[in-house]
Every structure is written in structure tokens, then in C-alpha cells.
Design a protein around this ligand. Structure first.
Ligand code: MN
Length: 721
């Protein structure tokens, strides 16, 4: 069992400036918290946090990380709270402990590789401070090395999780020794037979292998020396799990395995790399097809090295990697792993910066670099552009930062998105525009009668959801325009005694569409609905088609019926329907919206879109399917009708003073109804024309402030005064 002194010694050996008191204090706190608890091995529970802290000290982490290692199980397993830790040890330590505690709540149920990848990302995303992940990995390493005491099913589950989640994470962070240890420990429980076979075989052959390793290392060293090349030579037996993987991928038995040993030569520059390669190849015969030049052709993750396999002194195949110290540092420190992870083939300088902390850890020896900036550099948001959330079944979904349940719904399936009617986040009903957070569990409620609407566009972050909604709205709007076009044509047709339905059925509209240069009858009718062409113009053509004998150039195509002015498509009117041009619009008489009011459109049969104020009581009773969102579009020159209702004491001159006030605002009075009540009050209803709501309300305010005025409101049908 590790004791606290070993940790303190290791910490000060790695960095003489380490704050040992903090570590000592954490030790006392952990010892008190875990008092009386034992592990399955029978050892005091404290042995576990001590082992974790020792691993972290050995890796060269700062006192906050080591203290957090000692405290990492106190919040989960003892009476201590995160607030206690915060108070005693400060925010830094508390944040790390909190992060580790949170990662422990991540469920790992799904065994698919894609899910494992998402869980790894989720853990990375939740480890805002990378020291969190370091403590978690050290924790896992110790748990794996004491797994013998667990029940068999737990050994399986924990080993699988380690193999699928934590070993790849260690690898990704460039912690290769940690990765090897985690893999071999998991391998031992997941495939005990194969594992033991390899252990036995290595035991039996170790002496031989060791001799070969020493021999080859010495031979290469001499080779370098004789040729005046400076370099370091290392040799080792590969770890068990990688031997197993090689057996698998090449379908070999252990006795056929040649690549048990790996050698590495580190030199100072690229020229020397090729020089060493030449020397090795002149000494031993290279195996055909095994030479890889990753220096002139780096891997997409930036990895650089020369790889070759030669027939060695004992007629054994030996694998040799040759690289510069610089390349080695990169390869070992996992910077490359990050590039691979993000986008294939793109080396991003931002990522390089993010990982500089890792390099620093390995480079700082007895360091003076224990600065605030260094600690700060450990706190970074990997994947801060992404969030990871769960489905109720435990699948993890990746979404961009700021994504909402609506994005999540579309991620699951466009059908789920399209009919999404609500969402539960962590079992609570939440609005569809709620921003999702890492680790949220999201459940979507669907309703077959619900469909996308325009508001959804402002709620989604993902391209997938956005393009689906846009596509839906476009088709939906076209369908509406066609419906509306039919209604307009029929209504106008009735006035002119033209049977449009009949003409459609008989195919007469085909010629009308052709004449008017539309690709199809539907296009023509949609165009009527959109207001690009008036029904009258279409019907004039139809008349011409139905009565060719009367048709003469120009004038003859006019209908003989006189029916007032042709309705111009009131293209602007100051209101636009987002996404649609020039629909026929009119303002509702019931609420008289003026520019500046919140408004909503209603597709009225036969008249196009009627624009109401969105708080108009009539809107509440309208068919939701026919409501469309409309907006004022800036330039409004034309005055709009509005009503003002005034209650005043029936005194002399009241009407005159109100009229004068209104006139000041350059507002036209177009109508007035006055009613004298028996109680001595007068009710006045003004019809006015104003340019915008602001002006209207300013005017109302002024009238309200005048003497003798009891009440002024903007009139709206349905309002009771
Ligand atoms: Mn633990």
C-alpha cells in the first residue's frame, strides 16, 4: 500500500514548488471521510485514493490534481459534500472532484462502436478541465489492477468499459503507458484463455527474446557509432494486447509471430533518419513491402516516422521505427491523436495550442513553469462546440453547441422532428427552444397532427433540421398558394359566370398557362395564390380560350363584362409574408393593425391573406393550419386605418379639443360617431388614418392627459368598454 510520504516525495521530486501542505491536508480529509470503509480486497478504502494520487504525482501533475486524486471518492461515497471540498480546498480542487463525480454517472450500456465513440466524446466534453480526465484515468487504472476482488460479471462490465472507453481516451491523450496498462488489464478479464496463453509463451521465451533485444540494441548502437551518427536506441517486447491484435489481424499462431519485438531509434534530424535507415538496410535484409516512409508522407494525424521490418541477426523479423526526437515527442504526447480525432487530414493550429499543456507536463522537470498560465492551460474546453446528450435508451447523440430538443428530434429521425410536439429534458417538460447541455437525457413527444412551422427555424441549430423545415414550409406554402389560387379564381369566375372548375377539368387551363408562359397549370394557379398575377388576368385569357371566335388582338381578350377596377396585386402594403412574394393581403377590419403592431396572417378563403393584430380576439378562434407569420417590411408610406374610443365628460368644447389634438399628429379623421349617455358622459368613436403604431399611441397618450377625458383606448372589435 502506498503511503502519503511516497506521494509527497514523488510530488516534490517532480516539482520542488509543489504545495505539499495542500496534499497533506487532502490526505487528512480523505482519511477521516473514508474512516472505517474497506475495499473488497479487505484493505482500508484509503489505499485506493492513495494509489490514484501516487499515479498522478508520478505523471507530474500539480498539487490540485493530486489533492483531487485523494478526494475523488469522498463526495460519492462519504458524507462530504462538494461545498465542503470547495470550502476546505478551493474551487480548483472542488471542480476536479466534481467533474470526476459527474463522469461516474455516465451510463455505458450500448456496445456499438459508434456509441462508444460518442461516450468518449461526452466524457471529453464533460472534462472541461483536463485534470478531471487524468484523475478519472488514474482511478480506473487502480480499479483495474484490483479487479480480482470483484464479482465476475462486474469484472466483465468494467473491463469492457475500460477497453472501449478509457484505453482509447488515454491513447487519444497520448498517455501511451497508461493505455497499454489499461488494455492489458482489460484483456486479462475479457479473454483470460488467450491472455494466459500469451503470458505463458512470453515467460517461456522471455530469456531468448531478451537476449535478442539486447543484442539487436547493441548492434544498432555500434552501427550508429561506427558511422558517426548520434542517436538513442530502445528495444522492448510489445504489450500483450497488441500481440493479440497482431495475431488476430494476420491470422498467426504465437510461434508464427515475428513482430513481438519493437525497436526505436531516435536521432536529431531528418537527414539522420534516412542515414540510419540506409545503415540498417545494408546490415539486414529488409522484408519486402514493410517499409513505410511517414516522414515524406506524414499520416493524416501528423504522425511522422520511418517504419521498416528486417530479418535480424537470429533470422527473426524485427520491426524498427526511426524518427527525430521532435517527431517522437509529438507521437508520444498525443497531439497527433487530437488531429485525427477532429477532422481528418487537417492540421489545425488551434488544436495544437490546446494540447500544448500535455507537452508541458512532460517537459517541465522540477519546473519553474508552475505559473498561473500553466494551470489555466489545463482548463480548456475540448469539444466546446459540441454537446452530447442521451436518448432514453442510453444512446448518445452529438449535436452542435446551442442545439435544442428540436435538433435532437430531427437527429433521431426526420419523422420524429417533423411531428415533434414537446420535449422532456431529464424527465421534465421543457420548451422546444431550450439549449441542451452535456449529459442531458432528452425524450421527444410527438403528435401526428403537428407539423413544422416558421418559428421552428429560429429554434434549430443543425443543418439537417433547418433544411427539412425549410423544405416543408416551401412545399406547404406552395400547396397553400395553390389552394388559395383555386379559391380566388372560382370566386372571381362566379362573378363573371365562368366555371373555373369545369374549365380545369376540360383542360382549358393548359392553354391559359401556355399563353401566360407558365410551365404548368399548378404553377399558374400557385402564382395567383402568391399574388403574382391577378385572377382577372387569368380569366381574361380563359375567356379568350373558351371563345376563340371573339378573339382579336389585344382588346378582344378583355372580358366583355365590366366589373370595376381590376384588383391590383397589392404587392407590398407594407407587410410581407416571409418566404412568399406578393400574396394578396388585406388588413382585418376587426382590429385594424398599423405598422408597429405585432401581426399575424390568416389565409381567408377567396381573399388572400388577412392581416390581424396578433392579440386580436378573433385570432384565437381561427384554424391554426391557416395562420401564417407575417412581418412589417420597413417602408410604409400609406396611412392605415385605426379606431380610437374615447369616453369623456360631456362638456362644451371636448370634441373640438380632441380633434385639435389629433390634427397635431398629422392624422386624418375619416369618421366619428358620438353618443351622449344619460350619466353625463359622451362616448366618441374616431376612425383615423395613421402611419404607424408609435404615432397612434403617442396621440392616444396625449388625449388621455387632457382634461375631461375619462378613458381612451385603441378600438378593436370585441373589446368591451
Ligand atoms: Mn475511485
Amino acid at each position: 500500500m502506498i503511503d502519503i510520504q511516497q506521494i509527497l516525495d514523488m510530488a516534490s521530486e517532480k516539482n520542488e514548488h509543489t504545495n505539499l501542505e495542500l496534499i497533506q491536508k487532502a490526505y487528512v480529509f480523505a482519511a477521516a471521510s473514508h474512516q472505517g470503509q474497506t475495499r473488497l480486497s479487505g484493505e482500508p478504502y484509503l489505499s485506493h485514493p492513495l494509489a490514484v494520487a501516487y499515479t498522478l504525482a508520478k505523471m507530474g501533475f500539480d498539487e490540485a490534481t493530486i489533492a483531487a486524486g485523494l478526494l475523488h471518492d469522498t463526495v460519492e461515497d462519504t458524507k462530504a459534500s462538494i461545498e465542503d471540498i470547495d470550502e476546505e480546498f478551493g474551487e480548483d480542487v472542488a471542480d476536479i472532484v466534481d467533474g470526476v463525480t459527474k463522469i461516474d454517472t455516465i451510463k455505458f450500456e450500448n456496445k456499438e462502436e459508434a456509441q462508444a465513440e460518442n461516450i468518449r466524446k461526452m466524457i471529453l466534453a464533460m472534462s472541461h478541465d483536463m485534470r478531471v480526465l487524468m484523475v478519472k484515468l488514474a482511478d480506473r487504472l487502480h480499479n483495474m489492477s484490483t479487479l480480482d476482488y470483484q464479482k465476475s460479471y462486474k469484472q466483465q462490465r468494467i473491463s469492457r468499459e475500460t477497453m472501449d472507453i478509457y484505453a482509447p481516451l488515454a491513447n487519444r491523450l497520448g498517455l501511451y503507458i497508461m493505455k497499454r496498462d489499461l488494455e492489458d488489464l482489460s484483456f486479462k478479464y475479457l479473454q483470460p484463455d488467450v491472455y494466459n496463453q500469451i503470458v505463458d509463451w512470453l515467460d517461456k521465451h522471455q530469456v531468448v527474446e531478451k537476449n535478442i533485444i539486447d543484442k539487436v540494441v547493441n548492434l544498432i548502437r555500434n552501427l550508429l557509432q561506427e558511422n558517426n551518427v548520434q542517436g538513442k536506441v530502445y528495444g522492448r517486447i510489445k504489450h500483450k494486447y497488441s500481440i493479440y491484435k497482431k495475431m488476430q489481424s494476420q491470422s498467426l499462431t504465437l510461434d508464427e509471430m515475428h513482430d513481438i519485438m519493437a525497436f526505436r531509434v531516435l536521432v536529431k534530424d531528418i537527414r539522420d533518419c534516412y542515414a540510419v535507415l540506409g545503415l540498417v538496410h545494408s546490415q539486414w535484409k529488409p522484408v519486402h513491402g514493410r517499409f513505410k516512409d511517414y516522414i515524406s508522407m506524414p499520416k493524416t494525424n501528423g504522425y511522422q516516422s520511418l517504419h521498416t521490418t528486417v530479418i535480424g541477426p537470429e533470422a527473426e523479423r524485427i520491426e524498427i521505427q526511426i524518427r527525430t526526437e521532435e517527431m517522437h515527442k509529438q507521437a508520444e504526447h498525443g497531439i497527433a491523436a487530437h488531429w485525427l480525432y477532429k477532422e481528418k487530414g487537417r492540421v489545425n493550429s488551434k488544436d495544437l495550442e490546446q494540447f500544448s499543456w500535455l507537452r508541458e507536463i512532460f517537459e517541465r522537470q522540477g519546473g519553474e513553469s508552475d505559473s498561473k498560465e500553466f494551470i489555466q492551460s489545463l482548463k480548456m474546453d475540448l469539444f466546446k462546440d459540441e454537446v452530447y446528450v442521451y436518448t432514453p435508451a442510453g444512446d448518445v447523440k452529438e449535436l452542435p453547441e446551442g442545439a435544442t430538443p428540436l435538433d435532437f428530434a430531427f437527429q433521431i429521425h426526420t419523422k420524429v422532428g417533423a411531428h415533434c410536439s414537446g420535449a422532456k429534458i431529464n424527465d421534465r417538460l421543457m420548451p422546444l427552444n431550450t439549449e441542451l447541455k452535456n449529459g442531458d437525457m432528452v425524450e421527444i413527444i410527438t403528435d401526428p397532427n403537428r407539423n413544422p412551422n416558421r418559428d421552428w427555424l429560429s429554434m434549430v441549430k443543425t443543418a439537417k433540421a433547418r433544411s427539412y423545415i425549410q423544405r416543408y414550409l416551401r412545399t406547404e406554402e406552395r400547396a397553400r398558394a395553390i389552394r388559395l389560387g383555386h379559391e380566388l379564381l372560382e370566386k372571381e369566375g362566379r362573378k363573371l359566370s365562368l366555371n373555373c372548375a369545369r374549365a380545369l377539368k376540360d383542360g382549358h387551363f393548359v392553354f391559359v398557362a401556355q399563353d401566360l408562359k407558365y410551365d404548368s397549370v399548378d404553377d399558374l394557379i400557385a402564382s395567383v395564390g402568391y399574388g403574382h398575377i391577378t385572377p382577372r388576368r387569368v380569366l381574361n385569357r380563359l375567356y379568350g380560350v373558351l371563345h376563340p371566335e371573339e378573339s382579336q388582338p389585344d382588346a378582344a381578350t378583355q372580358l366583355p363584362v365590366k366589373e370595376g377596377k381590376e384588383t391590383q396585386p397589392r404587392k407590398h402594403e407594407g407587410v410581407s409574408l416571409s418566404g412568399i412574394d406578393g400574396v394578396l393581403m388585406r388588413f382585418a377590419q376587426c382590429c385594424n393593425p398599423v405598422p408597429g403592431d405585432a401581426i399575424i396572417g390568416y389565409i381567408s378563403r377567396g381573399v388572400g391573406i388577412t392581416v390581424h393584430r396578433s392579440d386580436c380576439p378573433n385570432v384565437a378562434n381561427m384554424e391554426i393550419e391557416r395562420l401564417v407569420s407575417v412581418t412589417w417590411d420597413g417602408e410604409q408610406e400609406a396611412p392605415h386605418a385605426a379606431g380610437i374610443f374615447v369616453i369623456a365628460k360631456n362638456e362644451k368644447g371636448v370634441l373640438a379639443s380632441i380633434s385639435a389634438a389629433i390634427a397635431k399628429y398629422n392624422v386624418n379623421i375619416t369618421g366619428l360617431v358620438m353618443e351622449n349617455c344619460v350619466d353625463g358622459r359622451a362616448k366618441l368613436r374616431f376612425k383615423v388614418e395613421v402611419l404607424n403604431a408609435a404615432e397612434l399611441y403617442r396621440m392616444i397618450d396625449e388625449i388621455r392627459g387632457m382634461p375631461s377625458i375619462l378613458e381612451v383606448i385603441r378600438e378593436r372589435e370585441g373589446d368591451d368598454v
